[in-house]
Design a protein around this ligand. Structure first.
Ligand code: ZN
Length: 453
């Protein structure tokens, strides 16, 4: 059974026909496959870990139902599978040796690899979730590093998702903490969308907004219970994550689910800045997003203290750089191969000239009281986010992520350049307060100066 909320979202979803969230849901996998994909042959794709916890059972149930089943494809359990394009090429080549429809028994990265590989072979797929670690199960697109740059490669979402609460609660605690971080990130992501909406850059679709933000507060309200393995808290988290993915399907964009906190995470990932501690694997996506959410919330707190109704528009217009100057600055800031080129393209896509800047800042001046109020309604403080993440068992300090304070500081300016999406960082940049807010955050008395002591 899926919840009423999920059912409502599925009616508008373009790719996914069913999402089953229940204890013991693995037992329904063959029936779900039949109902959503038909009589085709099936093949389980897993890694050594996920095969053990659920893949074996899924394979057995598909076989027992009398279906034509190809022997499973199992990636090694170690080292941790990376979201790199080469893995997709390998899997797609193997899938082409038969005509079976893949059943990904996986969490975030492997699910994305199967999602894209299936698409490259012109096949749909079914996802069996092994951890509540990301919102990517129900979203289209695969977050993959290709040509040195983290990109969302197009591909449809799975035809159906099976999420067994018994499997999810037994998953490593850090995976659940990651899902919690990815979901809590919708708080600042929502604030960024409000900014873009109020300024007419990216209007909010109220229906899509409700899909994500509607269940969000309840789904993130009980981090300690979640960490303790509470079944209801897990159900709420999984539902929130699935709703977020479905919202992306309905809107055809990741805007409902990601803002600056995700660009912080992407930058750290691409440059290996958050590398984990004690030689362990790099931190899970949602752990970086959760920490990025604290960073963005701290930034918002300083931004909201300012009166952008007082901006001197002519002053800003006179100081506004040409595209050639911006391009030079982006190239000087981003030298990682692949990312350098992408950052120029993304920055170019959102560059506005001096006249457009004057127009936008005039709007900011007029709308600031209303905008500030809307953001305040949406946001949680950096301290609140930190406390909730900590209760969920997620890292909340730079050192826990293996992130240097200097790199964190530089991220505020650098992350803005790697994605064309308009966020609070762009508003601050255009208003001429980005750098000074960042300085304040790291100066004595600033959020990160305190956090580091
Ligand atoms: Zn995410």
């Amino acid at each position: 059974m899926s919840t009423e909320r999920i059912q409502a979202a599925l009616r508008d979803a373009t790719d996914t026909n069913d999402v089953i969230i229940a204890a013991g849901a693995l037992s329904s996998v063959s029936e779900v496959f039949n109902r959503t994909l038909g009589e085709f042959p099936a093949v389980v794709v897993a890694d050594e870990n996920t095969y053990k916890v659920a893949g074996e059972e899924v394979h057995r149930r598909l076989t027992a139902a009398g279906r034509n089943v190809v022997d499973p494809y199992v990636f090694p359990g170690r080292p941790t599978l990376r979201a790199e394009y080469g893995n997709i090429t390998t899997l797609a080549a193997w899938l082409r040796t038969h005509d079976a429809i893949p059943v990904a028994v996986a969490s975030g990265t492997l699910n994305d690899i199967v999602k894209r590989a299936a698409h490259e072979c012109g096949r749909p797929y079914l996802a069996v979730a092994t951890a509540a670690s990301v919102d990517g199960y129900t979203s289209f697109g695969a977050s993959i590093t290709k040509d040195g740059f983290k990109q969302t490669l197009t591909c449809p979402a799975p035809r159906a998702v099976v999420a067994d609460l018994d499997v999810l609660t037994a998953a490593p605690a850090i995976m659940t903490a990651s899902g919690y971080g990815d979901l809590l990130g919708k708080v600042p992501a929502g604030a960024d969308w409000i900014v873009a909406d109020e300024l007419g850059v990216d209007p909010i679709d109220p229906h899509v907004w409700d899909l994500v933000q509607g269940p969000l507060r309840a789904a993130t309200a009980r981090p300690a219970e979640l960490a303790a393995g509470d079944r209801d808290a897990m159900l709420a988290l999984v539902e929130g994550l699935m709703m977020s993915g479905l919202a992306m399907q309905v809107s055809g964009s990741s805007r409902p689910a990601s803002g600056a906190e995700h660009y912080f995470s992407h930058l750290w990932e691409l440059e290996g800045l958050a590398h984990g501690v004690d030689g362990g694997p790099p931190p899970e996506h949602g752990l970086k997003v959760g920490f990025g959410s604290i960073a963005v919330a701290a930034f918002y707190e300083r931004l909201l203290q300012r009166d952008l109704g007082e901006i001197d528009v002519d002053d800003r217009r006179a100081a506004w750089p040409s595209w050639a100057e911006v391009e030079q600055a982006v190239r000087a800031t981003h030298k990682t191969p692949g990312l350098d080129k992408a950052a120029v393209e993304q920055s170019r896509a959102k560059y506005i000239d001096a006249d457009q800047l004057a127009e936008r800042l005039t709007l900011v001046r007029d709308r600031w009281p209303a905008l500030r109020e809307r953001i305040r309604q949406q946001l949680l403080s950096a301290d609140q986010l930190r406390d909730q993440l900590r209760a969920a068992g997620a890292p909340t300090s730079p050192s826990e992520l293996g992130l240097r304070l200097d790199d964190l500081k530089a991220t505020y300016v650098r992350a803005r350049m790697i994605r064309s999406r308009y966020t609070a960082l762009d508003l601050a940049h255009e208003a001429g307060v980005l750098e000074e807010i960042v300085e304040e955050l790291f100066a004595p008395g600033g959020y990160w100066a305190q956090a580091a002591t």
